[in-house]
Ligand binder design. Structure first.
Ligand SMILES: Nc1ncnc2c1ncn2[C@@H]1O[C@H](COP(=O)(O)OP(=O)(O)O)[C@@H](O)[C@H]1O
Ligand SMILES: [Mg+2]
Length: 560
């Protein structure tokens, strides 16, 4: 179009390249502040570039619709705001600007060997191995029923010829490993199984490593055999023999079905004496569905009383007084943890080291991810789940930070918002909505979303709603600074120039319009309940909008 075509095509190519770079840099930005700030800059340029391309599309559409107009109107067009000459001039300036910025950032990346430098840092962070020993100094609360059910299920398999697999599912920090340890150390279990083995899988679902480890656990010594599956298979059969065994595979992430079905299952599930079992812990329902032979045990968050006990055990362990004021602040903090033992334990421990009411109050008033222990001991564990998502799913998940905590999300609306923002990529002939549904289901399966339920409405139509655990919300906020509330803007915890997605009332919208003097880079604008009456304000902030949703008006549109 108008001789700008070359630049436009370059920009499109650059945008694709940026997407790849962002996907690669995302994980690394965690360990390196320089990469983080570089990435932020790149993202903002990518949005600007996207806006420029949108202007092209818009102009092309506008022309198409005007092509039937009379000659006099077309002549007029050359001296009005929509003049092709003006458009060309304006676009050329914008295109050059954005291309220059992109080139500068790419140059910077190459000059500083950004990608490799971060790889080195990452390697120093090995994953944590678990073991089967229970810490006897800390009490476990609220898991006796779970333990009883799991133990009974395992013992009930005594007549089964083939090895049975029982998964324990739940989000990170919910206590799956702890429950597996309780079962592993149970007296009845101890007497029932001739051989008990504990293997922490985590990211390493390598067949050879796994077989070797099981052999080593069975013989209590080293396995120096060559890396040949057939040899290892024979050795495994020899060392397990006809013993009834229990194998715990802790923290499994593998979603490659063929790796289990074709390789490991035939090797592991046909050995040992009758009644042998494998207990798997995982955050993902998908992993469970691949491996299970028994119905998985889903564990839930702790109730209020047990939550308090876990918290208090750590918060008051230094002999601190349970003063009335501290207790009431403690209750609020426990409430923030929403029954997640990892958070209760960490926050309890953190507060146990403070005795001043002001210090407790500061923690009460902040998000869990905002203090050092919350960030490193809770968010880093939850973040593991995030790391296992595809780039596409990461974007869709991070976007959920736009909703307030405890918000009930509507599946269809969510998918529309993802689509409008271009988070979902086309794949073959699959419809984008269908792809959105798959992403939604995966987020549920991987415990990012919870309480999924169908709601039947008066006129017979059905919607699917779900919520997010508060700490998952913290995680979404932690991984993106593109979503902010009006409070965060006014308290300057977020900057309007970085924010792309917001849910605001009309009054808040006026405030934003005032703050930004009519110019924002907002891409999503959601009205929580009422509709916006003042369209002037709406138009002022909507230059970059991809999605607008006003429920009562049923007004919702997406820019092409
Ligand atoms: N029911 C419980 N009572 C007390 N502490 C618990 C309980 N469940 C888990 N914890 C503690 O919470 C933390 C996370 O538990 P863990 O079993 O590692 O979670 P997961 O394996 O689900 O990620 C651990 O420090 C553990 O000791
Ligand atoms: Mg675990």
């Amino acid at each position: 179009m108008f001789g700008l075509e070359n630049d436009r095509q370059t920009l499109e190519r650059q945008l694709l390249a940026i997407e790849c770079k962002l996907a690669n840099a995302e994980e690394r930005s965690e360990t390196n502040r320089y990469v983080k700030s570089w990435m932020k800059e790149l993202k903002s340029v990518a949005y600007k570039a996207d806006n420029v391309l949108d202007d092209f599309q818009y102009e092309a559409l506008r022309r198409q619709s005007k092509s039937n107009e009379s000659t006099s109107r077309m002549v007029l067009g050359y001296i009005t705001r929509h003049s092709p000459l003006l458009f060309r001039f304006e676009m050329s300036r914008k295109l050059k600007n954005v291309l220059k910025k992109i080139n500068k950032l790419v140059e910077e990346m190459n000059r500083c060997d950004l990608e490799n430098s971060v790889n080195r840092e990452e390697r120093q962070n090995p994953w944590r191995q678990t073991h089967s020993k229970l810490d006897e100094t800390t009490k476990i609360f609220g898991r006796d029923d779970d333990k009883e059910v799991v133990v009974k299920l395992l013992l009930d398999q005594q007549d089964q010829r083939r090895v049975q697999v029982l998964p324990i599912i739940g989000m990170g920090g919910l206590g799956k490993t702890t429950l597996a340890k309780m079962v592993y150390n149970d007296q009845g279990v101890h007497q029932h199984f001739k051989l008990k083995m504990w293997h922490c899988v985590s990211d390493n679902f390598d067949v050879i490593a796994l077989l070797k480890s099981i052999i080593e656990l069975a013989v209590n010594g080293r396995c120096d055999m060559p890396d040949t599956i057939e040899l290892l298979r024979k050795q495994l059969e020899k060392v397990i023999g006809q013993n009834r065994f229990m194998l715990v595979l802790d923290d499994v992430w593998n979603e490659d079905e063929s790796k289990w079905e074709d390789v490991l299952k035939p090797l592991l599930c046909s050995i040992g004496g009758s009644g042998s079992v494998i207990l798997v812990t995982t955050r993902s329902q998908k992993v469970a569905s691949i491996m299970q032979t028994l119905r998985p045990r889903k564990i839930t968050c702790l109730n209020e009383q047990d939550s308090w006990e876990v918290f208090a055990q750590n918060a008051y362990s230094n002999g601190g007084q349970e003063e009335i004021e501290l207790t009431s602040i403690g209750r609020c903090i426990v409430n923030k943890c929403r029954g997640l033992p990892l958070a209760l334990r960490t926050m309890g421990g953190l507060l146990g080291s403070y005795q001043q009411v002001q210090e407790w109050k500061a923690i009460e008033e902040s998000n869990i991810s905002e203090n050092v222990r919350g960030k490193y001991e809770i968010m880093s564990i939850l973040k593991l789940s995030y790391k296992h998502l595809s780039y596409e799913m990461k974007q869709c998940f991070a976007f959920l930070a736009v909703f307030p905590k405890d918000y009930e999300m509507d599946k269809d609306k969510l998918i529309q918002l993802w689509m409008a923002n271009g988070f979902i990529q086309e794949k073959g002939t699959m419809d984008l909505t269908r792809k959105g549904e798959i992403i939604f289901d995966e987020l549920v399966w991987r415990s990012f979303l919870q309480d999924k339920q169908e709601c039947k409405h008066r006129y017979g139509y059905v919607t699917v709603n779900c919520k997010m655990h508060d700490l998952m919300h913290d995680l979404a906020k932690y991984v993106t600074d593109e979503c902010a509330s009006i409070e965060e803007l006014t308290q300057q915890k977020a900057l309007l120039k970085d924010v792309s997605h917001m849910q605001v009332t009309e009054t808040e919208l006026q405030l934003i319009s005032g703050l930004c003097k009519g110019r924002t880079y907002l891409r999503t604008l959601l009205s929580p309940s009422e509709y916006y009456k003042d369209y002037k304000v709406l138009l002022q902030v909507s230059a970059s909008l991809r999605a607008l949703h006003c429920p009562l008006l049923q007004l919702s549109f997406a820019r092409p």
